[in-house]
Design a protein around this ligand. Sequence first.
Ligand code: CP3
Length: 367
Amino acid sequence: MNTSASSRYAPLKNDTFLRACLRLATDYTPVWMMRQAGRFLPEYRATRARAGSFMGLATSTDYATEVTLQPLERFPIDAAILFSDILTVPDAMGLGLSFALGEGPRFASPVRDEAAVARLAVPDMDKLRYVFDAVSSIRLALDGRVPLIGFAGSPWTLACYMVEGAGSDDYRLVKTMLYSRPDLMHQMLQINADAVALYLNCQIEAGAQAVMIFDSWGGVLADGAFQEFSLAYTRRVLSQLHKNFGGARIPSIVFTKGGGLWLDDMADLDCNVLGLDWTVNLTKARIIVGGSKALQGNLDPNVLFAQASQIEAEVIKVLNAFGTPHTGPGSGPTHIFNLGHGISQHTPPEHVAALVQAVHYHSRQMR
Ligand code: CP3
């Protein structure tokens, strides 16, 4: 009898990424890229044109499955990431998300005052059913090739978009609320944290084998404010997450862009992996947090505009900065190769092939 969710799906053929998340030895360093399913791939742009819009893609099970698998058809990467967006959660809270072509996201009803905060609540997960259906469909289509990563925005990063109503250069509106009405900001962050935890647990129940929290704007906060308004609520999410599901461990990854100065504060987070941007020295990060967590990162995405020989040289620098990972039985320091932030839409796909090959080849030599 099928009692576990995992038995609905094919056994995993490549568990390198999951093993590295759990600080177990692997034959080579696994690699995947933030925004790997996206505009740098001509096949993504073609599917997006057929779907009509970004949300048209994200809300269709078939399209979301198709674009999630596109980078795997081209490159021997070690993980898939759900095709969706962090802003689906505030959209389900009723803020009215739209994406105009060539522009960033926009909310029709941003949260700017006490009345708007009072209207916020953890949304009915039925409104996000399309995401969980996509997770199950992708997991089936993967047929055990590589694990599937689910994701959400951090409570703080979601609050930035919810208050600003769009991307921002200076975060003036969200920081105005933070400093003038910290009570309102805390109220919103609590709701966001509980919504994100529930959302990630639903993704896990639908088939996500690891989850990642994107704190893309944690790094814009002042020291002190980061710990109080970002990290505390990331902790609140982590404390509610399923650690195991269907008989499998479900690793969690926290990525704070610009968080390098706070690695000591993040060292005791209840997660398995810390994602790092390109400003962080992996040798130092391994000393600060490598005793308890795997590290993910951190090649500057702009390296991918150079020629293959330079990409290879920069990949070797990142691998060497981390150093030889744990080998043999038991657990120890491990590295998951990634970019320090999302891949640029202007990246030539052949350059990504050079990156993946260099990571796999040179990381085998290091063991
Ligand atoms: O391949 C993957 O990584 C999975 C899919 C994914 C998307 N967004 C698809 C997407 C993931 C993990 C995200 C996360 C996300 N979304 C973040 C956190 C990661 C980060 O980059 O810091 C943030 C801040 C967002 C919000 C968001 N979504 C912005 C600011 C934009 C517009 C900017 C841009 O890059 O165009 C989006 C749109 C978006 N989400 C696109 C994709 C592929 C481009 C949309 C398009 O096709 O027009």
